[in-house]
Design a binder for this molecule. Structure first.
Ligand SMILES: [Fe+2]
Length: 265
């Protein structure tokens, strides 16, 4: 009888651990920010998604799309790493998500480092456009009375971001930069963008419980500083999404997937 109780206890413990790991990797959380500005005549609501890495929340990302729809955004931005690798599954998941999201609101997309690892990116970017996304690799789009500029992930160091910076005249309206990697904040901050939206760091992947301290982020190393939240440098704010999926490390701990909502008022 004692062995039976021990076996039952082990089974319950394993089930609880499995539930805990599932919740840490599949429970969608939403973080909402309000950014005050005098540059907009009317409020604008943005849903910011990042780092899906080919993951699906429900069949064809139905849970993710339903959550975004409930948030009623004026437009949606995706800041890269929508795929992990160029596998058929990853491509299907990404295109299906973009196709469904574009029925909710306009989708603006910029590449991350994972899309650019493969030679297929040119074809993939074309497929994203066909699925309904506006691909903002080193270019801008005007939407809802503001300008959104995307920095292609491979253009971090070639001076593109300086060329894309808004002119003095353009700075009279609100300018948002989509840039996958947050750790170039100090380089972006002087360029005249009001708001920068980034991802890439996955919140530090594993977090120390009950703190916002992540363990590791690429480009920042151990205990990285720029993995989530709102950061201000002068007149520029950066909001970093903790992202939705996983990269080389297949698990998140104390760091569930995150959708970000930004209310510009
Ligand atoms: Fe990523």
């Amino acid at each position: 009888m004692l062995y039976l109780w021990i076996a039952l206890g082990i089974c319950c413990g394993l089930a609880l651990i499995a539930l805990f790991v599932w919740l840490n990797n599949s429970l969608l959380t939403t973080t909402e920010y309000t950014v005050k500005t005098e540059k907009l005549p009317a409020p604008v609501r943005i849903v910011h998604l990042s780092d899906l890495h080919g993951k699906s929340f429900g069949s064809h990302n139905s849970r993710l799309v339903a959550r975004v729809a409930r948030l009623r955004p004026d437009f949606i931005v995706i800041t890269g790493d929508i795929i992990h690798k160029y596998t058929d599954k990853n491509i299907k998941v990404a295109l299906s998500a973009v196709s469904s999201l574009s029925l909710v609101a306009p989708v603006l997309y910029v590449s991350g480092n994972h899309e650019l690892r493969g030679l297929q990116y040119r074809l993939f970017a074309k497929q994203l456009k066909e699925a309904g996304a506006t691909v903002l690799d080193d270019c801008s789009a005007d939407i809802c009375g503001l300008t959104v500029t995307g920095l292609k992930c491979s253009s971090q160091k070639n001076g593109a971001v300086q060329r894309l910076a808004p002119s003095q005249a353009a700075q009279k309206s609100l300018n948002i930069l989509l840039a996958h990697k947050p750790h170039f904040l100090e380089a972006y901050a002087p360029l005249g963008f009001d708001l920068i939206l980034s991802g890439h760091a996955h919140g530090g992947q594993w977090r120390i419980p009950f703190t916002k301290t992540g363990i590791y982020a690429p480009g920042q190393g151990l205990f990285p500083k720029l993995t989530s939240g709102l950061h201000t440098r002068g007149n520029t704010k950066m909001i970093i999404s903790r992202g939705l999926g996983n990269s080389e490390c297949p698990l998140r701990l104390f760091n569930p997937p995150e959708l970000v909502v930004i209310n510009l008022k």
